[in-house]
Design a protein around this ligand. Structure first.
Ligand SMILES: [Zn+2]
Length: 320
């Protein structure tokens, strides 16, 4: 009698400044089990690496997985699994040899990439772009990032920064400081915090720091704040739509997929986005319209696991 073969499973981990999400994922993209634990960011790199390994060991059946994929903020060398540069949310993270350190702790092959690339890979492999040879994926949340797929492959770029759509200069953001240290970039007008800040300016209300409050006001009939909320959302959404249309005119993808917390706002975000987007398109891609991402917050863990399914070259000539 032959024992039944265990189905293929993969591990995916999403590491942010405040939480670590780890999950066991089937090869066809189902999230089988998951845990979320706090990130001990203030305790430094080794504590974070230990916490990632501990979260993985909590998952029943983790030892049988083929490998571990990890997505995190910053610029990640996909070939070496090294954090090249990081943001302020994870102090000391830059230089971390993620693949080597986690492979030593868990005894599994490890692949690592930027969290926006991981989002794109999830939607490309299992979500709203499945089956598309070319697609543009954009995640709009506290920042704006994404990925571009051409020829069925995610473009990594020569310096591992391809898909940083949030740092396109747009006129609507002129003079506004950006999280990257520059100014005038899309992220400074269309990210969640930027839209909320614009609402505070327009409404003269210094107390609103939650985008959900702005979204609720935009869909309400109360006189106070409704117009300002709609205007702040429309300004950010229209800037995003025009910038994305410019990218579509440049690379002509089959599909444009938008996810992230800001994209979960309904009509007050999607309508101005779609109108501004459509108005800028060349005749060729004139029928393309942005569609919502399909996987929601699960994309972070599922996409990290999908890193292990990538084969072939990564379209990257690494430079130092
Ligand atoms: Zn920027």
């Amino acid at each position: 009698m032959t024992a039944a073969r265990e189905p293929r499973t993969l591990l995916g981990v999403d590491v942010g400044g405040t939480k670590i999400a780890a999950g066991l994922v089937s090869a066809d993209g189902a999230l089988l089990t998951s845990v979320v634990r706090p990130t001990p960011a203030a305790q430094g790199r080794d504590a974070v690496l230990d916490a990632i390994a501990a979260a993985v060991r909590e998952l029943p059946g983790w030892e049988g997985a083929e490998g571990l994929g990890i997505g995190t903020g910053g610029v990640i060398d996909r070939d070496l699994g090294v954090v090249r540069s990081a943001n302020a949310l994870l102090p000391g993270w830059a230089g971390t040899r993620l693949s080597e350190e986690l492979s030593a702790r868990l005894g599994l092959p490890v692949a690592a990439d930027n969290d926006a690339n991981v989002f794109a890979l999830a939607e490309q492999t299992y979500g709203a772009g499945a089956g598309c040879a070319s697609a543009l994926y954009v995640s709009v949340g506290t920042g704006i990032g994404g990925g571009l797929v051409t020829g069925g492959r995610l473009l990594r770029g020569a310096h591992w920064t391809a898909g940083e759509f949030g740092h396109i200069a747009v006129p609507e953001a002129a003079g506004r400081p950006c999280n990257c240290g520059g100014a005038g970039h899309l992220e400074a007008v269309a990210s969640g915090p930027a839209i909320t800040a614009r609402f505070r300016e327009l409404a003269g209300d210094e107390d609103v720091y939650d985008l959900r409050k702005v979204a609720a006001l935009a869909e309400s009939d109360t006189p106070t704040g409704t117009e300002a909320a709609r205007a702040a959302l429309a300004e950010g959404a229209a800037a995003l739509g025009r910038a994305l249309a410019g990218l579509v005119n440049t690379v002509d993808p089959q599909r444009v997929v938008i996810g992230g917390g800001v994209a979960s706002i309904g009509t007050p975000f999607w309508q101005p986005l779609t109108e501004a987007f459509a108005a800028e398109l060349l005749p060729g891609p004139a029928g393309v319209r942005p569609v919502p991402a399909a996987l929601g917050p699960r994309a972070a863990v599922i996409g990290a696991a999908a890193l292990l399914l990538e084969t072939g070259p990564r379209q990257t000539t690494t430079t130092t």
